[in-house]
Design a protein around this ligand. Structure first.
Ligand code: 6PG
Length: 239
């Protein structure tokens, strides 16, 4: 039985602060924390908050990976790495060796294999597969998470830890973690803001089984049995 733990904030600044306290708790419990980041607007404002207020965080004890990346060059404005660099890495002292980006400029199928082997090499294994200490997830308006979209929901159960997905409208390819990798993380967090996410959050939290085949985000079911939801009050408005 999944336990959903909600942390609801009045605004983005408070959410960023609350999430930072959560990261600090995880840092206190672990010598090193491997974080899987997501793209999207909520992480962007979190990174701005960190750049402004958290220069003194123990950045050397954090390593950054991505749950998904668009298959573009790192300086393309669609790149999740590029966004993180611009909003975070250019402002705080994360050692370069702690940054493990998906090489979006590579051939997607080759990169999915390369990234999976990098995860295999660098992360501690639990249950036979690599395990992040912290998995940050976004939630798309259509119920997608990482880059597994509803129309490709079967990719969730792929045997490969990293897969190639395609955005349903733009057709842009993306390299993404599969469901097993998401669910094998030690702390799984959805960071979601905005009114347009409220219905999906309600559907998932209140009626997970009914949406299991519709929304990839409804398949998030960590081995820890716990999902943390960091939400603003608009996103939480239908709970
Ligand atoms: C991406 C994502 C994706 C994102 C959601 C939410 O690269 O597109 O990682 O899963 O987190 O689409 O995005 P917003 O916060 O912008 O709504």
């Amino acid at each position: 039985m999944i336990k959903d733990e909600f942390k609801i904030f009045d605004n983005l600044e408070d959410l960023s602060k609350g999430f930072t306290d959560f990261v600090k708790e995880i840092l206190a419990e672990n010598k090193h924390v491997n974080v899987s980041l997501s793209g999207g607007s909520t992480p962007k404002s979190l990174f701005d908050y960190w750049a402004k207020n958290e220069k003194g965080l123990e950045w050397k004890n954090l390593s950054f990976f991505w749950g998904d990346e668009r298959c573009v060059a790192p300086d393309d404005e669609m790149s999740n790495y590029g966004m993180t660099k611009k909003h975070l890495f250019d402002h705080v002292e994360v050692p370069v060796e702690n940054i493990h980006r998906v090489l979006g400029e590579n051939k997607p199928a080759d990169e999915a294999i390369r990234y999976a082997s990098e995860l295999d090499r660098l992360l501690e294994k639990k249950n036979g597969i690599p395990s992040f200490e912290l998995m940050i997830l976004g939630l798309g308006d259509d119920g997608h998470t990482v880059s597994i979209f509803p129309y490709e929901i079967n990719l969730w159960d792929s045997k490969e830890n990293c897969i190639v997905a395609k955005h349903p409208e733009s057709g842009m390819e993306r390299v993404s973690l599969n469901g097993a990798m998401v669910n094998n993380a030690q702390n799984v967090v959805f960071l979601v803001t905005g009114k347009n996410k409220a219905e999906k959050i309600r559907d998932i939290v209140k009626n997970r089984e009914a949406f299991y085949n519709l929304y990839p985000a409804a398949r998030v079911n960590p081995r820890s049995q716990k999902i943390y939801w960091f939400l603003d009050k608009e996103a939480a408005s239908l709970l």
